[in-house]
Design a protein around this ligand. Structure first.
Ligand SMILES: NC(=O)c1ccc[n+]([C@@H]2O[C@H](COP(=O)([O-])OP(=O)(O)OC[C@H]3O[C@@H](n4cnc5c(N)ncnc54)[C@H](OP(=O)(O)O)[C@@H]3O)[C@@H](O)[C@H]2O)c1
Length: 347
């Protein structure tokens, strides 16, 4: 007997993340039955191309989820908070890209390369529920560090991010383009999405700062989510999150302290063998990961792997390691990670 293909809803289909779902579905031959695309009233009546046909975009409503098996949400936390429970009530499985449910104890927070075992209760769409996709910077940090954690343990991470403007959505991408044109034409840059000019500039991440801790929301997410995904409340994470004038793909400079010392070849072998990673580490040619080479790619690119001799070592085995990574935050940091979760749940 032929199995029915799942009815799939994409909420936020016109957004920077939303459009990636469609291209990933095509590339990965994802099983799509009925496809329902939702966005705001602004987009209702337009359409998006999928599999050689135009699929209409509808305004999201409370009754949008009747008969939906799988709903991929990427329209912001407020929409997820209001509408994801409605999709679950209709018997659907929600994979949510927003931060609305990430720290909810009952909601799995999943990077498939790390903790896909937590998806077991949902395999075969066995039950409705919400699964959260982590923050993009967290995913791009944890994918390359996970093999080191598995082989040597990780006690502390210091990370500085260089985050692309597309992390703030499609309007932010237009803002970088518009500002770049304006500045090159000798005009002042007009700010709409960010409070600082993004063209020819960089600035501390645009999320709010907690006056008590001095951390912005993005930095706090990286700390809290790393602990939840690694099921390690004791791991120390010290992030500094910065927005840079890059269109797409986040970069991160990482310094990690292992629990057990490692030799360089052991660190390289562990990273090279791990899923979702490509080594780009050519010291002779001075070629390392860049956002441009990571853009549109599924893998997180990893390079500049080197021992940190300011931390305890015996000359061959080191506790401290530095690396530089780049990952496409619209793909592995968002849509791809969600599609990988969906593929596992549909298995
Ligand atoms: N961008 C990233 O790199 C990234 C990474 C990880 C997670 N996320 C998360 O993913 C979500 C979407 O981000 P994005 O970057 O794709 O944002 P975006 O480009 O601004 O897109 C937002 C989407 O939400 C839709 N939307 C807005 N208001 C709506 C409403 N009232 N009802 C229904 N749909 C509505 C928009 O539709 P219209 O086009 O009609 O306005 C658009 O499709 C956010 O929660 C974000 O935190 C983003």
């Amino acid at each position: 007997m032929k199995r029915r293909l799942p009815t799939i809803a994409i909420v936020g289909a016109t957004g920077a993340v939303g459009v990636e779902f469609l291209s990933l579905f095509e590339q990965r031959q994802f099983p799509v039955g009925e496809l329902r695309l939702f966005a705001s009233a602004r987009s209702a009546g337009k359409s998006l191309r999928f599999s050689g046909r135009d699929v209409p975009i509808r305004e999201l409503r409370d009754d949008s989820f009747k008969g939906v098996d799988l709903a991929l949400f990427s329209a912001g936390s407020g929409i997820s908070r209001d509408h994801a429970p409605l999709a679950v009530r209709e018997g659907g499985l929600v994979i949510d890209n927003s931060s609305a449910f990430r720290m909810d104890e009952a909601v799995p927070l999943i990077v498939p390369e790390i903790n896909s075992d937590e998806l077991d209760p949902y395999v075969g769409l066995a039950r409705p529920g919400i699964i959260a996709n982590p923050n993009c910077s967290t995913i791009i940090l944890l994918v390359p560090l996970n093999p080191l954690r598995l082989s040597f343990g990780v006690s502390r991470v210091v990370v500085s991010t260089y985050q692309a403007v597309s992390g703030a959505g499609a309007n932010a991408m237009r803002e970088l383009e518009d500002q770049s044109r304006a500045v090159l034409a000798g005009q002042p840059p007009c700010t709409r999405v960010f409070s600082e000019p993004c063209a020819f500039n960089l600035f501390s991440h645009n999320t709010a700062i907690d006056p008590r801790t001095g951390r912005n929301v993005e930095e706090q997410k990286m700390i809290d989510e790393a602990r939840k995904i690694w099921r390690d409340p004791g791991v120390q994470v010290a992030p500094t999150c910065i927005r840079v004038p890059v269109m797409r793909a986040h970069a991160e400079s990482i310094n990690v302290t292992l629990k057990r010392p490692a030799r360089e070849h052991e660190v390289r072998e562990a990273i090279a063998a791990a899923p979702g990673i490509r080594l780009v580490d050519d010291r002779v040619a001075n070629r390392f990961p860049t956002p441009l080479s990571a853009a549109g790619q599924d893998d997180v690119l990893v390079g500049r792997i080197r021992p940190d001799d300011t931390q305890p070592h015996d000359g061959s085995r080191y506790l401290g390691w530095s690396l530089f990574v780049c990952g496409d935050q619209l793909r592995k940091g968002a849509a791809l990670n969600a599609v990988q979760i969906a593929e596992r749940c549909l298995a």
